[in-house]
Design a protein around this ligand. Structure first.
Ligand code: AHM
Ligand code: MG
Length: 335
C-alpha cells in the first residue's frame, strides 16, 4: 500500500471544493492550528530531556497549579494565531478573560476557544495529554471580538478538534462534515490522513470514570455504574473499566473502540469538573459528527447556552446508546 499523501492542507482544500463560497480563510486557520500543534508536540516529546518539567508555582484561574508546558502551549497557540487576521478574539482555559487580538493586527471573522494542554498533571509520568480547540463565527457587530462571540452554544461551532500527544501525535477534527484523523509523520513534519470518516460504535463495552468519586455521586449515577459492572451476557456486561485521567486520551480511545466517558457532578464539584467551552463542546461536536452523543445528564451538551467563560458542566460522552442510557438512569427512568 502506498503511504497516505493526504496532508491536512490538501484534505481541507479538497473538502472545501464542495463549498464554492469558501474563502480559504477557514482552511488557513486550521492549518495555523496544526502548525501550533507541531510546535507543542516537539516540546512535549522533549519533556524529560530538558529542564522543562515541574510546576511554575503559580495557579491558573481554576485554582490549579500551572505546569510550564501549559504556559508554553498557551503562548504558542496565541502567537501562532494572533497576527493572521483570521480571528477576532480568543479564549483559553488558562486565561481568566477573553484574549483580545493585539491592536496592531487586523481582526477576522472567527473566534478560537482552546484548552492548550489538557491533562497536564500527567506530563511528569509520560502519560498522553492533548490540546482541544473550538471555532465559532464572530457574531458581535464591532470590529473586535467580545465576550458575546465566545459565549455561543456548541451547536453553532464551525469546527472543533483535538491533538493527542501519545505514542504518536494525532490531530482529529470536524468541520461539520465528518470526523477525520491525521497522524504526524515526524520525519517530514506533516500530519497525514490516517483515519478517514471516523465513526464511533453505536454501543460500546468500555466505561471511563474516576470511580474514586463513587461515594460523592448522587444515587442515580452510582446505580448506572453498578449496572455496567453487573454481569449480563445478553447486554455485553460487565463493561471494561478504562480510565487514564487525561480527557483527550480517554475520549480518543472510546471514539475508536466505542464506550462512554463520564465526569458527573459530585459533592466537591456540584457542576462537574470539566469546562463547557474548552472541553465539553468541542468533543461533543466531534462525537456527534462520528455518530455518538454527549449530554450533561439532562440535555444535549451542544444545546447549553453558556453564561460564563469558564463554566463547568457534568459530561457524559461517547457511544450513542450508552449516553442515552445513562441519561435515562440520571433522570430516574430506570428502575
Ligand atoms: P485539566 O484541564 O486541569 O488538565 O483537567 C482536566 C482533566 C481531564 O483531562 C481529565 O478527564 C480529568 O481532569 C481528570 O480528573 P480527575 O483527576 O478528577 O479524575
Ligand atoms: Mg483541561
Amino acid at each position: 500500500m502506498p503511504p497516505s499523501l493526504v496532508t491536512i492542507e490538501r484534505h481541507i482544500i479538497e473538502q472545501q471544493k464542495e463549498y464554492p463560497q469558501a474563502t480559504g480563510e477557514f482552511s488557513a486557520l486550521l492549518y495555523d492550528i496544526a502548525f501550533a500543534a507541531k510546535l507543542i508536540a516537539r516540546e512535549v516529546n522533549k519533556a524529560g530531556l530538558v529542564d522543562i518539567l515541574g510546576f511554575t508555582g503559580e495557579e491558573n484561574v481554576q485554582g490549579e497549579q500551572v505546569a510550564k508546558l501549559d504556559e508554553f502551549a498557551n503562548d504558542i497557540i496565541f502567537k501562532a494565531l494572533d497576527h493572521t487576521g483570521r480571528l477576532c478574539c480568543m479564549a483559553s482555559e488558562e486565561v481568566k478573560d477573553i484574549i483580545p487580538i493585539p491592536e496592531q493586527f487586523k481582526c477576522g471573522k472567527y473566534v478560537l476557544l482552546y484548552d492548550p494542554l489538557d491533562g497536564s498533571s500527567n506530563i511528569d509520568a509520560n502519560v498522553s495529554i492533548g490540546t482541544i480547540f473550538s471555532i465559532h463565527r464572530k457574531i458581535s457587530s464591532g470590529e473586535r471580538g467580545t465576550l458575546e462571540d465566545c459565549l455561543q452554544p456548541g451547536y453553532k461551532q464551525v469546527a472543533a478538534g483535538y491533538v493527542i500527544y501519545g505514542s504518536s501525535t494525532m490531530l482529529v477534527y470536524t468541520a461539520g462534515n465528518g470526523v477525520f484523523g491525521f497522524t504526524l509523520d515526524p520525519s517530514v513534519g506533516e500530519f497525514l490522513l490516517s483515519h478517514d470518516h471516523i465513526q464511533i460504535p453505536k454501543k460500546g463495552s468500555i466505561y471511563s470514570v474516576n470511580e474514586g468519586n463513587y461515594f460523592k455521586w448522587d444515587e442515580n449515577v452510582r446505580r448506572y455504574i453498578d449496572y455496567v459492572k453487573t454481569p449480563d451476557k445478553a447486554s455485553g456486561r460487565p463493561y471494561k473499566s478504562r480510565y487514564i485521567g487525561s480527557l483527550v486520551a480517554d475520549f480518543h480511545r472510546n471514539l475508536l473502540y466505542g464506550g462512554i466517558f463520564l465526569y458527573p457532578a459530585d459533592k466537591s464539584n456540584p457542576n462537574g469538573k470539566l469546562r463547557l467551552l474548552y472541553e465539553a463542546n468541542p468533543l461533543a461536536f466531534i462525537v456527534e459528527q462520528a455518530g455518538g452523543y454527549a449530554s450533561d445528564g439532562r440535555q444535549r451538551i451542544l444545546d447549553i447556552v453558556p453564561t460564563e467563560l469558564h463554566q463547568r458542566t457534568p459530561l457524559f460522552i461517547g457511544s450513542y446508546d450508552d449516553v442515552k442510557q445513562v441519561e435515562a438512569f440520571i433522570q430516574g427512568q430506570v428502575e
